[in-house]
Ligand binder design. Structure first.
Ligand SMILES: *Cc1c(COP(=O)(O)O)cnc(C)c1O
Length: 448
C-alpha cells in the first residue's frame, strides 16, 4: 500500500529506508534466548516483545543489530501477569494482595497435584474414589465436632449452597445487625436473596433478642442464620443472641464464622471458631479457607451429616466444586506446619524490633534515610476487626512508595503521617534481605 498525504514521497522513502533496516521476525526468533523463551512463555508473548523492539528500530531508538538483545532483555519472567508482592502493609490478611499466603507445604502440594493426579481415583484398587477425600478427611480430623464436611469455592459459595439447598422459597431468619457487606460492594443479603430464599430480618441494628427470632419462626423457616460481623464492631447499647440460645429453637442454625478458625485462638478472643460453634449447637458452620485458616481460597461447610449430605448432592454443588489445586493446598495447610498467617499473627515484638533496627541500620549504611519505629498491625481480610497487634516497621521517605511498588520485586507498605512504613509483621524474616535490596534499588531509581 502506498502512503499518501502530507509530505508524500519524502516520508514514504524514509519509512522504507528504516523498514529495510528492521530484521525480520522469523530471523530474530532464531536467537537461542528467544527460542528458550517460547517454551516457557509461549510464542505470542515472545513475538510481542520482538515487535516492540522492531518498532524501536523504526523510531531510530535502537540499532537493527540489537533487536534480539533488546527483546531478550525485556522478556517477561513468567507467563502470568500476576507478580509476587512483599506484604509490608501490616495488614495480615490483605484482600487486594491475595489474602493468606500459602505455606511451603501447600505450595509443594500444588506442584504435586498440578499434573495428572489421583484426585478421584484409588491407586490401590484401580477404582473410582471420592473426590478430594484426603482434604476432606484432614478437615474432618481437624474439627471432630463436625459429623461431616464439604468444601466449595469460597465463603460466599458456601452460603449460596446452604441457602439454595435449605431455603429456596422459604425464610432465612437473620438479625438486622448481621446483614453485612463483605467488601467491594458485595452484600450478604443480596447474595442470599439471589438464591430465591426470602430474608426474614429480625431485631434492630444494635439489639436483637431471642424473642425476636422465636416470633417469626414457623413452617416457612428454612434456617436461622447467624453471621459474624467480621469487618466492623458495634459498641454501646448492643445485644446479640448466642448460638447456644438460638440452638434451642426448633430449626437448624447456620453460623457463618467468616474467618475459618477451626478452634479457639487465644490471641483473638472475640473471633468465632468452628469447633465452638458446633459445640454450641449449630447445625452447620460456614467459613473461608484463605482467611485465618491460612489456606487457599475455599468455602468450608462443617456440621450435621444429614445436612452436609443434602448440600453435597444438590445439583448446584457441582458448579461450586473446587479444583485439585485447592484440595491439595487445603489438605497440606490442614496437615502441615503452622501457616504463614498463623506465624504473622504470632511474631514476637522483640524479634520484630530487632529486625527493624537491623534493616534500617543496613539501609542508612548505604545512604538511605531509614528509621525503626513502633507501630500497630491489624488482622484485616474479614477477621478480628477491633484487634491491633503491636509491631515494628522501617520508616522511609514517602517518595519511595511508588518505586518500591513498581520495582522488580514489588514491596507494598503503608503511608502514615507522611512516612512510608514497611511493617515487618507480615513479612517472614527471610524476606529482610529482599526488602533491603528492593529499598536500595528503589532509592537508586529515584536518584537516577
Ligand atoms: C469473608 C466473609 C465472607 C465471604 O467469604 P469469601 O471466602 O470471601 O467468599 C462471608 N461471610 C463472612 C462473615 C466473611 O467474613
Amino acid at each position: 500500500m502506498r502512503c499518501e498525504g502530507l509530505g508524500g514521497d519524502v516520508s514514504t522513502d524514509q519509512t522504507r529506508d528504516r523498514r529495510r533496516g528492521v530484521p525480520r521476525t522469523d530471523a530474530v526468533l532464531r536467537d537461542p534466548r528467544l527460542v528458550a523463551a517460547v517454551d516457557t512463555l509461549g510464542r505470542a508473548a515472545v513475538k510481542d516483545v520482538v515487535a516492540l523492539a522492531q518498532e524501536r528500530v523504526r523510531r531510530g531508538e535502537i540499532l537493527p543489530d540489537s533487536v534480539a538483545d533488546v527483546a531478550a532483555a525485556s522478556l517477561p519472567r513468567h507467563a502470568t501477569t500476576l507478580r509476587p508482592v512483599v506484604n509490608a502493609t501490616g495488614v495480615v490478611l490483605h484482600t487486594n494482595l491475595g489474602r493468606a499466603p500459602l505455606s511451603a507445604a501447600a505450595v509443594d502440594a500444588l506442584r504435586a497435584a498440578a499434573g495428572t493426579t489421583d484426585i478421584e481415583f484409588d491407586l490401590a484398587t484401580g477404582q473410582r474414589a471420592r473426590r478430594g477425600r484426603g482434604a476432606l478427611e484432614a478437615l474432618a480430623a481437624a474439627v471432630p465436632a463436625a459429623e461431616a464436611v464439604h468444601v466449595v469455592n469460597n465463603g460466599a459459595a458456601a452460603l449460596v449452597l446452604v441457602a439454595t439447598a435449605l431455603a429456596t422459597g422459604r425464610d432465612i431468619v437473620v438479625s438486622r445487625g448481621e446483614l453485612i457487606e463483605i467488601g467491594d460492594g458485595f452484600r450478604l443479603p443480596d447474595l442470599l436473596e439471589s438464591t430465591g430464599a426470602r430474608l426474614r430480618e429480625v431485631g434492630t441494628t444494635n439489639r436483637t433478642s431471642l424473642r425476636d427470632y422465636a416470633a417469626v419462626i414457623g413452617p416457612d423457616t428454612g434456617f436461622v442464620l447467624k453471621v459474624h460481623p467480621s469487618n466492623f464492631v458495634v459498641r454501646g447499647f448492643t445485644s446479640a443472641v448466642a448460638t447456644r440460645d438460638l440452638a434451642g429453637l426448633d430449626v437448624p442454625v447456620v453460623v457463618d464464622i467468616g474467618s475459618g478458625l477451626l478452634a479457639p485462638e487465644p490471641l483473638l478472643r472475640d473471633e468465632p471458631d468452628a469447633t465452638t460453634g458446633l459445640g454450641d449447637g449449630a447445625a452447620l458452620v460456614t467459613a473461608s479457607g484463605d482467611k485465618l485458616l491460612g489456606g487457599p481460597q475455599a468455602g468450608l461447610l462443617l456440621g450435621r451429616a444429614a445436612i452436609v449430605a443434602r448440600l453435597r448432592r444438590h445439583p448446584l454443588a457441582r458448579a461450586l466444586r473446587v479444583d485439585k489445586l485447592t484440595l491439595a493446598a487445603l489438605e497440606a495447610t490442614l496437615r502441615g506446619p503452622q501457616s504463614p498467617t498463623w506465624q504473622a499473627l504470632h511474631r514476637h515484638g522483640p524479634d520484630l524490633r530487632s529486625r527493624a533496627y537491623e534493616l534500617s541500620a543496613a539501609l542508612r549504611d548505604h545512604g538511605v534515610a531509614a528509621e525503626a519505629v513502633g507501630t500497630a498491625s491489624v488482622v484485616g481480610g474479614g477477621g478480628a476487626p477491633d484487634v491491633t497487634l503491636p509491631s515494628w516497621a522501617v520508616a522511609l521517605s514517602p517518595a519511595l512508595t511508588s518505586p518500591l511498588r513498581a520495582g522488580e520485586l514489588s514491596v507494598v507498605g503503608r503511608v502514615e503521617r507522611g512516612q512510608l512504613l514497611l511493617d515487618l509483621r507480615c513479612a517472614p524474616p527471610d524476606q529482610d534481605e529482599t526488602l533491603r535490596t528492593a529499598v536500595l534499588s528503589a532509592a537508586r531509581d529515584r536518584q537516577a
